[in-house]
Design a protein around this ligand. Structure first.
Ligand SMILES: [Zn+2]
Length: 300
């Protein structure tokens, strides 16, 4: 399923700007439109094909990677002005991005190279922006890109901006928790991601029992890790690293965990899935993904 989405994205991006489908939420079985990359499926959504008989290794497809990421959180929707809803999420997300930089967890994506160099472990977090206007769901990438361009007046000039849009919209029957994509704002390339409100959503919950975070924040942290890893290794058309069934490094280890908690560079701890490593798989040193392939790393 994901492979089809990625192929469609590659084709459509040849004439970018364009053709974002109508309300795919309804037309397409709860999937976002084809311009979304790195769709993070819910736990109960149909699994990937597994591409029986093909190599589990990810291969390079000729595109750029993100040598670094300049991250900014965009909190979109009226609920973000409600302290009960916001709870620990805003400070928690800022802390997550700050602590991700130079963490051992971030380094699990450092083996990936592209036309513009190699993925590096550092990111620069610019904090958060709040927009209390009514948010859209994730069915249309163009709507999320428009929100990014509205809120970010000066995107990172190096093209390494990564703008993560956290909405107060519930997932409903959508089969995914989040996705990442790429586009331009004022001619500058940007990476961006979409996240549903995952409060009380067991289909997108890592079941963090540490007591360190609210359930809603713990769930956002989990899918945030997945999307950022994928954006760094496969940010945009024509694509960088994914396997024969279109699975990116986050997809290949989704909903599997190498440790109860991962510790970040600022000392914060999170329950996060691992990320796929060809090196670890070849050496047999990763922990197994849901298909039993030992290529997942948590950066412990
Ligand atoms: Zn994904």
């Amino acid at each position: 399923m994901f492979r089809k989405l990625t192929l469609a994205a590659l084709l459509l991006n040849c004439s970018v700007g364009l053709a974002v489908a109508g309300d795919v939420q309804d037309q397409n079985g709860g999937k976002p439109d084809p311009l979304a990359r790195g769709v993070h499926k819910a736990r109960d959504a149909a699994p990937g094909s597994g591409a029986a008989g093909t190599s589990p290794l990810m291969t390079y497809h000729g595109g750029k990677i993100m040598p670094t990421a300049v991250t900014q959180v965009i909190l979109w929707g009226p609920s973000w002005s409600n302290p009960t809803f916001a709870a620990d999420k805003i400070a928690g997300l800022d802390s997550w991005y700050a602590g991700h930089s130079n963490s051992n967890y971030a380094k699990t994506s450092d083996e990936w190279t592209g036309t513009n160099g190699q993925v590096g472990p550092s990111n620069t977090h610019l904090g958060h922006l709040i927009d209390t206007s009514t948010a859209t769901g994730g069915g249309k990438t163009a709507a999320i890109l428009a929100e990014v361009c509205k809120m970010v007046t000066n995107p990172d000039p190096s093209g390494n901006g990564y703008y993560a849009v956290y909405t107060d919209v519930k997932r409903g029957h959508a089969g995914y928790c989040a996705w990442h994509s790429a586009g331009t704002c004022g001619g500058k390339p940007v990476q961006f991601a979409f996240f549903f409100n995952l409060d009380g959503d067991s289909g997108c919950d890592p079941a963090d029992t540490s007591g360190l975070h609210s359930q809603g924040l713990a769930a956002l942290a989990s899918v945030t890790a997945h999307e950022l890893a994928e954006a760094r290794s496969d940010p945009a058309s024509p694509g960088a690293w994914y396997d024969g069934s279109g699975q990116e490094n986050g997809d290949k280890c989704a909903w599997t965990f190498g440790a109860p908690l991962v510790t970040f560079s600022n000392g914060t701890k999170w329950k996060l899935q691992g990320e796929w490593s060809n090196i670890a798989y070849n050496a047999g040193t990763g922990y197994p993904n849901s298909s039993g392939q030992k290529g997942c790393l948590s950066g412990l």
